[in-house]
Design a protein around this ligand. Structure first.
Ligand code: TXA
Ligand code: MG
Length: 312
């Protein structure tokens, strides 16, 4: 059920969960201090309680209400990438953020999203927690129709059109003077490096000193359609279903899903989850995926999501 921004603001202030658009993917939103609504989010998604949520802010001034450390480089990152698809994990005053948001950790992941409708809503509601608006393990939602697909036609959602990036935000963490990448996302390591003037450590699957994963969400199978994906850097098969590029030709006997031009990763990332969802809607059991693309910049993020979707 589509809501206006005003209706969404009212629902959120009453402690109800609403799906909102962002420039990356749609999110399931609740006010950060509304424990019942946050419990509902975990329940709706089927999300394990040990996977913390991202807190979404209206602007940078709100960050000071929570964080107890301001690492070097944060101001430069914030000024360059916010509002936008960057999430930064920072140590917080635990009394100011409910444990369910942090999954008991002493840190919180923050992001200032860059979608005009959600910015309008955040300005009225205050900080909102917002995981991606999909059932846990399913491809994220990049249109309000995907939200309805997972949560039903009656589920309240603000239609902000198709998401611009189509993949989630890049997550970083500052630790002992170094910046770590915790999740590949819409901003590349190269873009971060240009701003931080230091190498970024890829710590996507790393654990901290206490043995706990630095990014709990990386433990779970993600972004997966029901179809079995066969990721291949070789020549395509002569028949079957193919996911590939609009500027390449594939054997005539194949059913092809084209996600964009092989020179434009931003076209591919935008369509990625929609295509994975299309496979399920059409009842496709198995698809060959054209992996003949670079492994750098945004391509690296696309590769990461496909590997997870294929269960690798
Ligand atoms: O683009 C996005 O980031 C979207 C939109 C809606 O903003 N949100 C999103 O949320 O992708 P979600 O819940 O699907 O993914 C959040 C990721 C999870 O992998 C979680 O483990 C990690 O962020 N995370 C959250 N808090 C963390 C923390 N304190 N330390 C480390 N990782 C954290
Ligand atoms: Mg997610």
């Amino acid at each position: 059920m589509r809501l206006s921004t005003q209706q969404a603001i009212e629902q959120l202030l009453q402690g109800n969960v609403v799906a909102l658009p962002t420039e990356t993917v749609y999110g399931l939103a609740a006010p950060f201090h509304h424990i019942k609504a946050i419990e509902k989010i975990f329940q709706l998604k089927g999300r394990p309680l040990n996977n913390p949520l991202i807190m979404h802010l209206a602007d940078l001034s709100q960050l000071g209400d929570f964080v107890i450390d301001w690492p070097e480089g944060l101001t430069a990152l914030a000024h360059t990438f916010w509002p936008g698809p960057l999430t930064v994990v920072l140590p917080v005053d635990k009394q100011h953020v409910p444990s369910i948001v942090r999954a008991g950790l002493p840190t919180v992941a923050f992001r200032i999203p860059n979608h005009p409708l959600t910015q309008e809503i955040l300005a009225k509601t205050g900080p909102l927690v917002m995981p991606s608006a999909n059932l846990s393990g399913r491809p994220s939602a990049t249109s309000y129709l995907h939200v309805e697909e997972d949560f039903g036609l009656e589920f309240p959602v603000v239609d902000g059109g198709p998401c611009q990036h189509g993949v989630e935000s890049t997550i970083v963490l500052a630790r002992k003077g170094e910046w770590h990448l915790l999740r590949y996302g819409a901003i590349s390591i190269g873009q971060l490096g240009q701003v931080l003037h230091q190498p970024i450590e890829v710590s996507v699957h790393k654990r901290g000193d206490n043995g706990a994963p630095l990014c709990p969400g990386q433990l779970y199978r993600h972004y997966a359609p029901k179809a079995k994906l066969r990721l291949s850097p070789k020549e395509p098969p002569l028949e079957g279903c193919i996911i590939g590029f609009s500027d390449r030709t594939y054997p005539e006997g194949c059913l092809t899903f084209l996600w964009g031009d092989s020179h434009h990763p931003e076209e591919v990332s935008e369509k990625l989850y929609a295509i994975l969802r299309d496979l399920d809607r059409q009842g496709i059991q198995s698809a060959w995926v054209d992996m003949r693309f670079p492994r750098e910049g945004l391509w690296k993020t696309i590769h990461d999501r496909l590997a997870k979707a294929a269960g690798l």
